[in-house]
Design a protein around this ligand. Sequence first.
Ligand SMILES: Cc1cc2nc3c(=O)[nH]c(=O)nc-3n(C[C@H](O)[C@H](O)[C@H](O)COP(=O)(O)O)c2cc1C
Length: 333
Amino acid sequence: MLKIGDIEMKNPVVLAPMAGVCNSAFRLTVKEFGAGLVCAEMVSDKGIVFNNQKTIEMLYIDEREKPLSLQIFGGEKETLVEAAKFVDKNTNADIIDINMGCPVPKITKCDAGAKWLLDPNKIYDVVAAVVDAVEKPVTVKMRIGWDENHIYAVENAQAVERAGGKAVAVHGRTRAQMYEGKADWNVIKQVKEAVSIPVIGNGDVQTPQDAKRMLEETGVDGVMIGRAALGNPWMIYRTVRYLETGELIPEPSVREKIDVCILHLDRLIALKNEHIAVKEMRKHAAWYLKGIRGNAKIRNAINECSTREELVSLLTNFAAEVEEKQQSSAQAV
Ligand SMILES: Cc1cc2nc3c(=O)[nH]c(=O)nc-3n(C[C@H](O)[C@H](O)[C@H](O)COP(=O)(O)O)c2cc1C
């Protein structure tokens, strides 16, 4: 079973941290679909240290989301330590995670995110300093390397372990790959074989069967799901059930998808405000509708709407339309 420090997860299925996505509204929804662990979107260490109001708001965690891992990013030891101390004392996060995977130039040019991957000694130094400063378990989420010539996943994970880190999550791509190409699960396996702390595998888990395959092929302790959960929190539930029983439960109906989308919207409104939430929800709604026939028209309309009422009525009308079509084609058979 996946156990990080003293925190025991009820299953090995982990929601990946995703900036602009994994706030409390989405995390709680995914949690209710059974995730063993949910990860919060990355938060700037400097934003925390300088008490930026928006950043501090990102630290909100609903008790029902727990266990939860809160990720900070930064390129300097001093501010990462200060931010970690703040998270340790002032939030109900269970785990403090350090981002060593973000590939975006805005982040790496400040020596943060994936830039850490070029130097295991620096990783040791920063992780040891953070571990020393806090009570909560410290983990690192990393990519396998900077580019194909600098794949130091094993050395980097060993540095985390030596420094007192309690787990590593490994995304099987290099920084140079961004989100292209295939995640290399072989390197994830090498990391698992090289350390004794828990390893969470990540990258290209698109179906419950992929999750099982990753666990079997690499031996990892947990499997982290990112993009496949976008607008699709039941991916988590289906994966948990598949791993536990071998049963592949069907995708939910359109009505169920829309109901969850509206629940997510209402949570986002409670967290932010209607104006911001509806705007943010446009991308989520498009994800919830992915794969449903005839969604192109409604997706355009969603991008225009600015109130809860408009969005809910678009979604419910669409669900009714789809159900009607399904009924008439069933009658025709
Ligand atoms: C929209 C988006 C935002 C992301 N933000 C973060 C982040 O804040 N921190 C992080 O460590 N990884 C972040 N990632 C990377 C994911 O956590 C994950 O490693 C990556 O998507 C690969 O997993 P997947 O194939 O299951 O999507 C993000 C990915 C996406 C698609």
